[in-house]
Ligand binder design. Structure first.
Ligand code: HEM
Length: 506
């Protein structure tokens, strides 16, 4: 013990002797070390420039990176980064990983035109796991999911094949809205609640049949929808426990649905179920995940687009009357061309919209809603082993690119000085070809035509069934609802605040 104490005391004496005793002794080495650090950092950056990686938004917060700044005000973050890096591509670190944001329309176009270099599938696998909880076996050892099942869904949504599904949605919506409960006269309801719930009933019935009890997982669906964009943006799943619980309960409902021998899915879902069971040989849980995951794209944007259109128009002095007048005039003209002209276009919405009626105001308002509220990070991964070049920058294999279509949609150079305001008539005025070509609310995906029918059918049915009046007491002020940063990157942004409305049947 004495020997140990003696050794400790010798070591500490020697250490104390070696420590610099005054400023002049430690200032020179400290300055040298700082200079070496600065030179080192400079060299790292210089090397980065040399290998032509895209520029990076700097952040000194380890691992979190720019996540907080992006969450706080995504539009301000993107604008500042765009101004700093006008080359249309920059990287930012968020929760431990680097994503490259593409904010220039021409570069986005280049990415979509090179599917061999920039593919969707790399990112889809990650979403499959994080957002929907597919097993690794399904994602990495079951090629049929990617080669048979997803292509089947895309094929069913193609314009030549989709009309059965569209008609079924129209029928189920018409049925659901007839019995949909509305508030007692004098009281009001949250518009968001009404629209989402109605869409949930109609979509659930259209895809999974009349016996599927969608009401039983309404709250859990909300919890799933609230969190799914976060995990898509690579928040660690364990940090989203409510999301995980809600997702599990929703999957459970879909598993019970599949176990019921009397379940009656639509043709598309039925065929996906068959392919999942017989071709991909998915286990029971993955089959449930797959059937549940199909539901998400329909619920994710169509009801929200309809919601935003109503929110904006109900708060404008002209309201929705001009849109209704335009629809009715086109509807009358359509009826006059039918074998039985007494049949209203309202009971044949699919056929009516299929005839491509002239509806400039309705279309302009829908476009404007999508331009103004969508924030879809259409993501792509770099495929070739040797990497790829974009906008003069070198990208490495597996780098993740985000097509920031919102940055383009809010670009004043393209959409005018009022690009950051909602103007339902914007698309009635002549817009430059460049602006029109830069409008990509559907990213490079397949959903455009399919979704467009659903939005129009949903809105027309809604506007012809109910009259809405804003409850000024429960929703005071000029703009009780604004666009939040919720759901950034994953479709249409979600609202901040609520619009309460009094509803009467027409
Ligand atoms: C207003 C409505 C909608 C909007 C704004 C919208 C937007 C988008 C966007 C931005 C993407 C990503 C594409 C990309 O990565 O480049 C996407 C993908 C997709 N959407 Fe939609 N969507 C809508 C409605 C729908 C509907 C109703 C369905 C039908 C189920 C659907 C099914 C899909 C599918 C399957 C994909 C996967 C990618 C693909 O195969 O193209 N979407 N959507």
């Amino acid at each position: 013990m004495d020997a140990l104490s003696a050794t400790i005391s010798r070591v500490s004496e020697a250490t104390t002797e070696r420590l610099p005793k005054n400023v002049s002794e430690w200032a020179v080495p400290a300055a040298a070390a700082t200079a070496a650090l600065i030179v080192g950092l400079y060299l790292v950056r210089a090397n980065k420039d040399k290998d032509k990686s895209p520029p990076m938004v700097s952040s000194w917060v380890p691992w979190i990176g720019s996540q907080w700044a992006l969450d706080k005000d995504p539009d301000a973050f993107m604008k500042a980064a765009q101004q700093k890096f006008p080359g249309g591509i920059f990287g930012a670190k968020t929760t431990g990983r680097t994503m490259y944001y593409i904010t220039d329309s021409a570069l986005i176009n280049q990415v979509y035109k090179q599917p061999k270099n920039f593919a969707m599938s790399l990112v889809q696998k990650e979403w499959g796991k994080n957002c929907f909880s597919y097993s690794d076996k399904a994602l990495f050892e079951t090629p049929a999911l990617r080669t048979e099942i997803f292509p089947h869904m895309r094929q069913c949504m193609a314009p030549v094949n989709m009309m059965n599904l569209v008609e079924s949605f129209e029928r189920c919506l018409s049925k659901a809205i007839k019995t949909f409960p509305i508030p007692e006269p004098g009281s009001s309801v949250s518009l968001h609640d009404l629209i989402l719930r109605l869409a949930h009933r109609a979509t659930g019935a259209a895809w999974y049949g009349p016996t599927f009890d969608v009401e039983s997982f309404w709250d859990d669906w909300q919890g799933f929808d609230d969190g799914v964009y976060k995990v898509a943006l690579a928040y660690p799943v364990p940090l989203c426990p409510h999301f995980v619980k809600c997702r599990e309960r929703v999957i459970q409902r879909f598993l019970e649905y599949l176990d019921d021998p009397a379940h009656e899915p639509c043709e598309m879902i039925g065929e996906m179920e068959r392919l999942g069971r017989d071709v991909a040989k998915l286990d029971r849980r993955d089959l449930g995940v797959m059937i549940m995951a199909c539901y998400w794209p329909l619920m994710a944007n169509v009801p929200w687009g309809s919601f935003w259109l109503l929110v904006f128009q109900l708060q404008r002095s002209e309201g929705i009357a001009p849109i209704l007048a335009e629809l009715d005039a086109a509807g009358e003209a359509w009826s006059a061309t039918q074998p039985d002209p007494t049949i209203s276009y309202l009971s044949n919405l699919t056929a009516f919209f299929q005839s491509q009626p002239e509806l400039p105001l309705f279309q302009s308002t829908i476009n404007e809603v999508l331009r103004f509220t969508s924030d879809s990070y259409s993501m792509r991964g770099v495929v070739p082993d040797e990497g790829a070049v974009l906008g003069g920058y070198e990208l490495k294999k597996n780098d993740t690119l985000i097509m920031s279509t919102r940055s383009v949609h809010l670009d004043e150079a393209l959409f005018g000085a009022d690009a950051k305001q909602f103007n339902p008539r914007r698309w009635l005025d002549p817009l430059s070809e460049e602006a029109k070509g830069s409008f990509r609310p559907y990213g490079g995906g397949v959903s455009r035509h399919f979704a467009s029918y659903h939005v129009k059918i949903f809105l027309t049915t809604l506007l012809h069934t109910f009259r809405f009046e804003v409850d000024k007491i429960k929703s005071p002020g000029p703009s009780p609802v604004t666009i939040s940063s919720e759901n950034r990157g994953f479709g249409l942004r979600r609202p901040q605040g609520e619009l309460f409305v009094k509803v009467t049947r027409i």
